[in-house]
Design a protein around this ligand. Structure first.
Ligand SMILES: CC(C)(COP(=O)(O)OP(=O)(O)OC[C@H]1O[C@@H](n2cnc3c(N)ncnc32)[C@H](O)[C@@H]1OP(=O)(O)O)[C@@H](O)C(=O)NCCC(=O)NCCS
Length: 212
């Protein structure tokens, strides 16, 4: 199986994708930039058709490949592997999602959602509770299905890739904070109240004793 092959041909890709259960998601390293670029390119070229012109697609590919090694070391990029094949990837920073790509052969079978769940869980683990994404038009409905909301003001804007204007939409999602965080916060505020009360009580008592 080459690095971009979809799961075995005889697996029924139209059925509920049982191969998805065997997907391994792990952090990508800068030395894997070759297969990352190849997947990004294939994904953008095939899945952006109908949303962007050929020129726009080429400009996005160029922009995405630019500094890819640096991105793989500076951002948190996770790849979804089936055996040795990279089938999708998602990149995350403190600000939000900076990249998401699926192999076109397995589009609309749940891998994008699976990668986003992984990224959101990672963000929560890092206490990053607000994720933003500058989404390509291809992916706006996808993000909305996952609970991302477009900014009310100026939801559609353009970014400049290689001097070509690319319409995009900025969206965001507030991630739930884990129960334990709010419980811990409640516990620590209770502790502070008890400590303050005890301190006031003893200071009051000392003052009363001195006056006598
Ligand atoms: C966007 C992308 C990652 C989605 O991946 P995917 O594996 O096809 O998405 P999923 O199968 O997990 O879809 C999750 C839901 O979104 C829906 N969805 C996915 N793509 C959609 C689209 N283009 N339009 C409308 N709905 C879409 C699916 O139908 C599914 O809905 P359901 O849960 O009601 O069945 C993929 O299309 C892609 O790689 N696009 C090219 C690269 C790109 O533009 N990336 C975004 C950069 S910001």
């Amino acid at each position: 199986m080459n690095s971009l092959a979809a799961p075995d041909n005889d697996e029924p890709l139209q059925e509920p994708p049982h191969w998805l259960e065997r997907i391994e998601i792990r952090r990508l390293a800068p030395q894997e930039s070759g297969m990352v670029s190849a997947l990004q390119e294939l994904s953008l070229r095939e899945l952006s058709v109908g949303y962007y012109s050929d020129n726009q697609i080429e400009a996005i590919i160029e922009a995405q490949n630019d500094g890819i090694k640096l991105r793989l070391s500076g951002e948190r990029c996770y790849g979804a592997f089936h055996q040795d094949a990279l089938l999708g990837l998602v990149c995350l920073t403190r600000l939000g999602i900076t990249g998401l790509y699926c192999h076109p052969r397995i589009a609309r079978q749940g891998l994008g959602r699976r990668l986003m769940t992984h990224a959101e869980q990672e963000a929560q683990r890092l206490s990053w509770y607000r994720l933003e994404v500058v989404a390509s038009l291809t992916a706006v409905e996808f993000y909305q299905k996952l609970g991302y909301r477009p900014y009310i003001i100026q939801s559609q804007q353009t970014v400049n890739c290689a001097n070509i204007h690319i319409p995009v939409v900025s969206l965001y999602k507030e991630l739930p904070r884990p129960e334990s965080t709010s419980t811990q916060a409640a516990v620590s505020s209770t502790d502070i109240s008890i400590a303050l009360f005890t301190w006031c009580f003893f200071v009051g008592l000392s003052v009363a004793l001195i006056r006598r």
